[in-house]
Design a protein around this ligand. Structure first.
Ligand code: 5IU
Length: 471
């Protein structure tokens, strides 16, 4: 096989500066190896650095599109710097240390969720270091599909990365490198054989793709939930075989109670707006709780708290509605910051939860991807309190213990005349990751709400079963 002249020169140079050594070595993990790479030394040889970055550009990076480059810490950082300067693409840096204080970001540099990032790495063995960086970048909403590598040790890394949706392109594989060195009289055939045998015997363990939350059945996720209401709700869904949440946006208590008598057995959650009810009373709450117990559903007061912590704690526990006394869970905006979660957390000790608003279904709302991500990060600090997120997209959060509550659903996609946007059950569950689906007027305004509730329940459950089976 004929090799690019510049690659041959680079291989020989790497050998001469001891970036690649042959003999008997023991790796960090205690395995004996006849070949050892230490590419950290290249920083002492500017001409090697230059040649590596030029070759990566010419050979590995052709046809790749990316907004940022990110080197896997630490050896690849100087190479990533050179590539960033040469390609005029901004660089991102991943911190390797565990963060010393709470909010410190693991990724440094300016970026937006949805932008793409190319990974740069020196040597790939199992692929685990590249994957750590990829996962941190993906957590920030960055899209990572490709990595460029100086040397692939051919010990399973390429496959491990492919399984995790990262394609690698390398300047050398172990085979090509030793072949070049042998042909140029640097190493003997005996060494080549030794390395080849070693490669055969020491393949890195396969790194499985992490299971996505939407692949898991509700009963499994109940075990993973850290909030007691989330645990209960997952279990109710699994037992009753329904992920339908009815939004009872009616203004009379009789109408609400009559409706729930008819449809209570088909829903896992009932969503109320206490402040639209004209004849709200303690008696109504007693009867609502009775129904909840009889039909085994939970109650979500969709209050969308959005004030400073002190006010929210009063709104939650006092006033006409005394929500904390009867609602299993409530909705809240993240806009005012963590104070709102602190207030809701301390206001009522046990068995309550919060669905945190990460997105809205109505058109023209002002929530941005950054807002959405900060909302999820804020929630991560309150695992006992957060039941899940109200959102529209499956990438909003990963933790399978949280529930995605998705409103804006009807059997046909459409809009109302005040900005509400409706998606179909198929889209919302199979594509967008909805776990509990909120339906209001689709049922409440129907001629026969009961028939319609059964139709929604069956359609939504079929989509859920399909989602779990597909994955
Ligand atoms: N709701 C939404 N969209 C949102 C959020 C809440 O529709 O993004 I946050 C509420 C409003 C209403 C119910 O109470 O969910 C949906 O009712 P309809 O299915 O009738 O549109």
């Amino acid at each position: 096989m004929a090799y690019d002249k510049k690659l041959v020169e680079l291989a020989i140079k790497l050998f001469s500066i001891d970036a690649v050594k042959f003999g008997e070595f023991t790796t960090k993990s205690g395995i004996k190896t006849p070949v050892y790479f230490d590419l950290r030394v290249i920083v002492s040889y500017p001409e090697v650095m230059e040649s590596i970055s030029n070759l990566l550009l010419e050979i590995a990076m052709q046809n790749l599109k990316y907004d940022h480059v990110c080197g896997v810490p630490y050896t690849a950082l100087p190479i990533a710097t050179l590539l960033s300067v040469q390609t005029k693409r901004s660089m991102l840096m991943r911190r390797k240390e565990t963060k010393a204080y709470g909010t410190k970001k693991s990724i440094e540099g300016h970026y937006k969720a949805g932008q793409s990032c190319l990974i740069v790495e020196d040597v790939v063995t199992s692929g685990s270091s590249v994957l750590e960086t990829v996962r941190d970048l993906r957590k920030e909403g960055l899209i990572v599909t490709d990595a460029v590598i100086i040397l692939d040790r051919e010990q399973g890394g390429k496959k491990n990365l492919e399984v995790n949706d990262v394609q690698i392109k390398s300047l050398f594989s172990m085979t090509t490198l030793i072949d070049i060195l042998m042909k140029n009289g640097k190493i003997t055939e005996e060494i080549v054989l030794k390395v080849k045998n070693y490669l055969k015997e020491t393949q890195a363990p396969v790194i499985d793709k992490p299971v996505e939350r939407i692949q898991l059945p509700y009963e499994k996720r109940a075990e993973l939930a850290t909030n007691s209401v989330a645990k209960q709700l997952f279990n109710i869904m699994a037992t009753k075989k329904t992920n339908l949440c009815l939004s009872v946006d009616l203004t009379s208590t009789t109408k609400i109670l009559d409706l729930l008598e008819k449809v209570g057995e088909h829903v896992c959650l009932v969503k109320t707006h206490a402040d639209i009810i004209e004849d709200f009373s303690n008696d109504f709450i007693t009867r609502l709780k009775d129904l909840a117990q009889r039909f085994n559903f939970l109650i979500l007061e969709d209050r969308k708290y959005a004030d400073i912590g002190h006010t929210v704690s009063l709104q939650y526990t006092k006033g006409l509605h005394k929500v904390a006394e009867w609602a299993d869970c409530v909705t809240a905006h993240s806009l005012p910051g963590e104070g709102i979660l602190k207030a809701l957390n301390s206001a009522n000790g046990v068995n309550h939860g919060v669905f945190f608003l990460a997105e809205m279904s109505c058109e023209g709302n002002l929530i941005t991807p950054e807002y959405r991500e900060s909302t999820v990060s804020m929630a991560a600090k309150y695992p006992d309190l957060i039941t899940g997120f109200v959102c529209q997209n499956k990438d909003t959060f990963k933790d399978p213990g949280f529930i995605q509550l998705t409103p804006g659903v009807q059997l046909e996609s459409s809009k109302d005349n005040l900005g509400q946007v409706y998606n179909t059950p198929e889209k919302v569950i199979l594509e967008n990751g909805g776990d509990v689906i909120v339906v209001g007027r689709g049922i409440v305004a129907a001629k026969s709400p009961e028939t319609q509730a059964v139709l929604y329940k069956d359609t939504l459950w079929k989509c859920y079963l399909k989602r779990v089976a597909e994955n």
